[in-house]
Design a protein around this ligand. Structure first.
Ligand code: HEC
Length: 165
């Protein structure tokens, strides 16, 4: 049985347990990368320390991380780390794009762009720790470049059917 399962895993790239992709790539972008990136981008033009918790609202229930119990610069640090960690999710086997095409894991550029995202996330984390607005501008630039490099190759197509190919 174990042999059959490992043969299946090897043959079809089936993934088990924690390594299973549950969202398609668009859902992963909308659910994880996009909201986290917006928290990081906020800090290139605004001061996270100036974000107030909303009066009368329980901060532990806040829907905006910046206004939450773990808000301000801490929210920026954590969003940056979430982005860095999300690079691994981009490499999870078995994920498909919204058009059903497999995520192009076999293309070396895919891994390269994922690494750019991982590095840009860590750069943003260090910038958030330093609370230096100039470093945040720099890190946000690196971050948006890492998103754009991959999008240029696999997302920006005439039709959605051509994405990821
Ligand atoms: C390694 C490649 C890669 C990286 C890095 C990447 N993306 Fe994406 N992204 C894609 C692809 C491909 C799609 C289209 C997916 C689909 O159609 O299923 C996409 C789709 C999206 C969408 C959904 C757009 C829509 O039409 O609904 C958003 C939002 C998004 N990305 C945001 C980001 C942000 C923000 C970053 C950087 C922090 C980022 N992405 C980094 C490849 C990438």
């Amino acid at each position: 049985m174990v042999l059959i399962v490992s043969a299946l895993v090897a043959a079809f790239g089936l993934s088990l347990g924690a390594q299973t992709a549950r969202a398609d790539l668009n859902q992963l972008m909308r659910g994880v990368l996009y909201p986290a990136a917006n928290v990081v981008f906020f800090a290139q033009s605004d001061d996270p320390a100036g974000v107030k918790q909303v009066a009368g609202q329980d901060p532990s229930m806040a829907t905006d991380p910046l206004e939450s119990t773990f808000g301000g610069w801490l929210a920026v640090e954590n969003a940056a780390l979430a982005l860095s960690e999300s690079a691994d999710l981009l490499l999870t086997p078995g994920r498909v794009c919204s058009n059903g095409a497999a995520v192009p894991l076999g293309d070396p550029e895919w891994a390269k762009f994922a690494q750019e995202l991982r590095d840009a996330g860590m750069k943003a984390y260090r910038a958030a720790q330093s609370k230096d607005p100039e470093k945040m501008v720099d890190a946000s630039d690196a971050l948006s470049t890492s998103c754009a490099n991959c999008h240029r190759k696999w997302r920006e197509r005439r039709t959605a059917a051509e994405r990821c190919k």
